[in-house]
Design a protein around this ligand. Structure first.
Ligand code: ADP
Length: 651
């Protein structure tokens, strides 16, 4: 059933190749067949006429022969009748009889041939009457018999010696028969010639007809081929035109255009594909349009944020060239945004500021983590301090390709902080001297310099000394931090190995750890690992981290100090404990001033809440960053990352 349908489809609307080939083949085959047929017919007619013409010539010769032999016989008979010598007459009669035999044989042969096959005469008669009507063979036979009978009778009379009777018979009867026969053979010859002529003409007519037939067949074939070609070309051109129009409309963006062609050939298939493609394009363009709208809206939103933000926002590529900046940032530089894009900081800032900005950008690009730093932007005489959040934009492979900076002007806040710091420093400094004196006096009292104290008084003295010591520590920390923040601390950067730093940190804290029954593991540190830094300051950082770890670790646990290079330029040190850990929401508060996390454990330890803030200030002054990784119940790791070459990063 399926096959029948497929066959019907193929027959009704065959593929293009068959559509073109089959009609042409039929026309050419017909035309060739016609030519061959007419050629063969012409050849056959020609051969037939040739054969008949040969037969005619033979018949003609034979008829002349018979006629001549009768004449010869008659002349011989006449001469015989004139001979007077009986002996000579008898010899002549013998000779005549002999010739008579030959003549009869010739006549018989001719008659036989005439009867056996139709000669030129019959064919000519069949093609048209040429006079007479009796069959020539019968005529000839009858005349011959009459001649033979009269001649025999004349000879018989001569034999009986009736010369007069024989002569009379010959003269009055045989001679008219001979004349009749001669007339008949002449007429026969003429008929043969006429027949031959007619035959030739007929052959010529046939040949002409065949030629015209051949020509006509070829002409019909050619016209037919031309008509079919025109028809097929017209149909194909129309279909092609439809497809071209549809493709052109699609090309001009008219996605509703469709090729209305339902044929089952290649054009139909092409139209279907074209329509399917148009439908897909419509869907695709719809999706692209809505994406484009969404993108435009999102871009407008971003643009609004950029333009209305109080932060100065910029985007720089890996080479430090500005890709984008908002008006606030452009105001900072003092140029329109268009004049800034494509240039680097060297074009706008003093070399030391440009290189400081470059150091921070590079730290973000290489480290991958966001950075929050204070940066000074000074153009001309104006200088402003900004708190800048820097983060890297990454491509699909996760490779950073640009640095985004969001800078908030904190010049005023910095000034207030500076004044506050100075005030605190003055107050602290003023407090430190009397407090030191109080601590010394309390120590002496406690040591029994003025005599043994009663237990209650001694207890109170000890408490007072401890609190005074804590107050001194606090004041020292405040003064330290103030100096760091005010940039009054100059780094004394020298090459040092990490192993040395760690040893000088662990040594003083070892008794404390021992007392708390805590082990310190530094085994994994590479002895060769070296960096250029201010050793005393880094030891201060490490001491704070290790001290905190000891404070917040349960007994019997281990603290691990580790160090590893991050890449050629930077390394990372970490202090990991097995303490209670810090929840994620509290981790953000750790590095602020006077932060002590809620929870009895932290408060109980009696710190100042400034240690981590000081550590952060020192690390950042080295061009590094400090951080924490922790989860409740899983211990805590404090780490800091530093550039190995300090000079390059010194601000
Ligand atoms: P303090 O002098 O109080 O230790 P820090 O700035 O050094 O001040 O620490 C701030 C707070 O961070 C601590 O009071 C404590 O709550 C928390 N902290 C610091 N280190 C750890 C640690 N290793 N484990 C748990 N909490 C810690």
């Amino acid at each position: 059933m399926l096959r029948l349908a497929a066959f019907r489809r193929l027959a009704l609307d065959p593929p293009l190749f068959w559509k073109l080939t089959v009609p042409m083949t039929v026309v050419v085959a017909l035309s060739t067949l016609g030519s061959l047929t007419s050629l063969r017919a012409a050849q056959r007619t020609e051969a037939l006429f040739e054969r008949l013409s040969r037969s005619h010539r033979r018949d003609d010769r034979a008829i002349s022969e018979v006629s001549a032999s009768h004449l010869r016989h008659y002349l011989a008979l006449s001469r015989l009748l004139q001979l007077s010598d009986p002996r000579t007459a008898s010899q002549a009669a013998e000779a005549l009889n002999r010739r008579e035999e030959e003549r009869r044989a010739a006549v018989r042969l001719l008659l036989r041939r005439l009867r056996r096959a139709p000669g030129a005469i019959e064919v000519a008669l069949a093609h048209g009457p040429i006079g007479g009507g009796a069959r020539p063979a019968q005529e000839l036979a009858l005349q011959h018999e009459r001649y033979t009978a009269i001649a025999s009778a004349a000879l018989a009379l001569l034999d009986r010696g009736d010369r007069l009777g024989a002569t009379t018979l010959t003269e009055h009867q045989l001679r008219p028969v001979l004349a009749e026969m001669t007339e008949f053979t002449t007429a026969l010859g003429a008929r043969e010639a006429e027949g031959s002529r007619l035959l030739r003409e007929s052959a010529q007519r046939h040949q002409r007809f065949d030629r015209w037939l051949t020509l006509a067949l070829h002409a019909v074939g050619a016209v037919l081929a031309l008509l079919i070609s025109l028809l097929v070309a017209r149909v194909l051109a129309r279909r092609m035109q439809l497809l071209v129009e549809c493709a052109a409309a699609l090309g001009q963006g008219d996605l509703g255009a469709r090729a209305r062609l339902n044929t089952r050939d290649e054009f139909g298939a092409l139209a279907q594909r074209l329509n399917a493609m148009a439908r897909r394009l419509t869907r695709l363009f719809g999706a692209i349009n809505s994406q484009h709208t969404a993108l435009r809206e999102s871009e407008q939103r971003l643009q609004a944020i950029l333009e209305n933000s109080t932060a100065a926002i910029s985007l720089k590529d890996r080479a430090g060239r500005y890709l984008l900046l908002n008006q606030r940032y452009a105001d900072l530089i003092g140029l329109p945004p268009g004049d800034v894009v494509g240039k680097t900081d060297d074009a706008f800032f003093a070399p030391e500021i440009a290189s400081a900005l470059a150091v921070h950008d590079r730290a973000v690009l290489e480290g991958g983590a966001p950075l929050s730093v204070d940066e000074v932007y000074a153009c001309g005489d104006d200088a402003a301090v900004f708190l800048v959040l820097k983060f890297a934009l990454k491509d699909a492979e996760g490779q950073p390709y640009a640095v985004c900076s969001m800078a908030s002007d904190i010049t005023a806040r910095k000034e207030v902080e500076r004044l506050k710091g100075e005030f605190v420093a003055v107050v602290s400094h003023e407090l430190r001297t009397p407090l030191t004196a109080i601590r010394g006096a309390l120590g002496l009292l406690e040591g029994g310099v003025v005599g043994p104290l009663p237990p209650k008084a001694r207890e109170l003295t000890t408490l007072a000394r401890q609190n005074t010591e804590r107050l001194v520590r606090l004041i020292n920390d405040i003064l330290d931090l103030e100096k760091l923040e005010a940039g009054k601390v100059r780094l004394d950067a020298r090459p040092v190995t990490v192993a040395q730093l760690v040893a000088r940190t662990v040594g003083p804290l070892a008794p404390l750890a021992h007392e708390a029954e805590i082990a310190i593991d530094t085994g994994a540190i590479d002895g060769e690992l070296e960096l250029t830094a201010d050793s005393d300051r880094l030891i201060q950082v490490l001491t704070n981290l290790l001290g905190n770890a000891i404070k917040f670790s349960p007994r019997g646990t281990t603290i691990t100090i580790a160090a590893r290079p991050l890449d050629h330029h930077r390394l990372r040190l970490s202090v990991t404990d097995q303490g209670a850990g810090i929840s994620a929401d509290q981790q953000g508060l750790l590095f602020r001033k006077f932060q002590q996390l809620d929870g009895s454990a932290a408060r109980r330890q009696g710190g100042t809440g400034l240690g981590l803030a000081i550590a952060r200030a020192i690390v950042e002054q080295h061009g590094g960053r400090i951080g924490v990784e922790s989860a409740p119940g899983q211990g805590t790791t404090f780490f800091f990352e530093l550039p190995r070459e300090q000079q390059a990063y010194e601000i």
